[in-house]
Design a protein around this ligand. Structure first.
Ligand SMILES: *Cc1c(COP(=O)(O)O)cnc(C)c1O
Ligand code: SF4
Length: 344
């Protein structure tokens, strides 16, 4: 909740680190959660048909104010707004769009561990996210129960330890950067006990949606890790970048981490050659290399975001023809049971 008193007058929460650590937590709490407030902030009150209370009840709206500030006022089709606004279309059942579209339930190898691909395992560090993306394949996944939080981490790390082939742990969620840095440090301490670990990867949207999260304390923690680190961020549109995001990416890169972007191909958000080319070029300007362009996971509630495969391939071919090779993301789809993401 938004604190009633001026935040500057509030005592630091117990265990808070530096001043800017207090900053991101406050920004987190102050996120917009009311769809009508969001529309009012953008001058769109009553101008967006299909706003849905039922969709918001199923998966609540949540968007940090700094991300709202990057939306274009007065534009109901703004590509950032479309990613977060609960709409009627989400409540329409569409055949083929299901609750567990990527087979997470079947692939669980331990408490909060998802092991699908050789050499790497995904650790669900927390179920929370700073932003709620309407197309997210996790919107129905019961992460409240499945999170490898607190005591569960020990169990998760023990499960990974049993498999000497796992050389890379991927901190995922939810968004692992939702956790305060001392919590991440606790988790990293447990991971140090894994002799087979060669790399650490962090999948996070926070450097994009709440760039203040990349503060002094977090930066120092990243630097302290004994493994090479890859940070895979998630931006779908060039407009998601601004000076604050550039600064966060520069900080991440300054630690020596490799920084990559994964995007989801989304109808009405980035399904044009211009939008995708701009995204790659803007990412690179921020020091971030394109990694994946995901075909949408067919999760219930997200059908209206789907781009047909033929169109996806056409867009990708146009990107190849337009951009430097290293600016072209791999177009992939996640198929339950596959040994890796599948190239289209
Ligand atoms: C996507 C994913 C990974 C990572 O795959 P890469 O191709 O290495 O990026 C790992 N584990 C799970 C369960 C995944 O869904
Ligand atoms: S930040 Fe990632 S995990 Fe969280 S809702 Fe968005 S896409 Fe899903």
């Amino acid at each position: 909740m938004i604190p009633a008193a001026s935040p500057a007058l509030q005592p630091a929460p117990a265990g808070a680190g530096t001043r800017d650590a207090i900053g991101w937590k406050r920004l987190w709490r102050e996120a917009v959660r009311d769809p009508r407030e969001l529309l009012a902030l953008l001058g769109l009150e009553g101008r967006v048909p299909g706003l849905s209370d039922a969709a918001a009840a199923q998966f609540p709206l949540r968007v940090p104010r700094g991300f709202v500030a990057r939306m274009r006022p007065g534009d109901p089709h703004d590509p950032l707004l479309r990613q977060v606004l609960p709409l009627d279309e989400e409540m329409r059942p569409v055949p083929g769009f299901t609750l567990d579209a990527v087979g997470d339930a079947a692939a669980r190898a331990g408490h909060g561990v998802i092991h699908k691909y050789r050499g790497r395992a995904l650790l669900v560090a927390t179920g929370s996210c700073a932003v709620h993306c309407r197309y997210c394949f996790r919107r129905h996944f019961p992460y409240a129960e499945e999170t490898a939080a607190a005591g569960g981490w020990r169990e998760a790390v023990a499960a990974i330890r049993m498999d000497a082939s796992i050389h890379e742990v991927i901190l995922s969620g939810g968004d692992p950067l939702s956790l305060a840095t001392p919590k991440l440090a606790e988790l990293a301490e447990l991971l140090r006990d894994l002799p087979q670990l060669r790399r650490l990867r962090i999948h996070t949207r926070l450097p994009v949606v709440l760039p203040e999260r990349v503060d002094d304390e977090f930066e120092a923690w990243l630097r302290s890790l004994p493994w090479p680190v890859a940070v895979v961020v998630h931006a779908n549109h060039a407009f998601e970048f601004d000076a604050s995001v550039d600064a966060a990416m520069a900080r991440l890169r300054g630690t020596g981490a490799s920084v990559l972007n994964q995007a989801v191909l989304l109808r009405g958000v980035n399904d044009s050659v211009d939008a995708l080319a701009d995204l790659s070029e803007r990412s690179f300007a921020a020091g971030v290399l394109p990694y994946y362009l995901h075909q949408l996971d067919r999760v219930a509630g997200a059908a209206h975001f789907e781009v047909p495969d033929a169109r996806a391939l056409e867009l990708h071919a146009a990107l190849v023809a337009r951009l430097s090779g290293y600016l072209v993301p791999r177009l992939v789809r996640e198929v339950a049971g596959d040994a890796s993401k599948r190239a289209l």
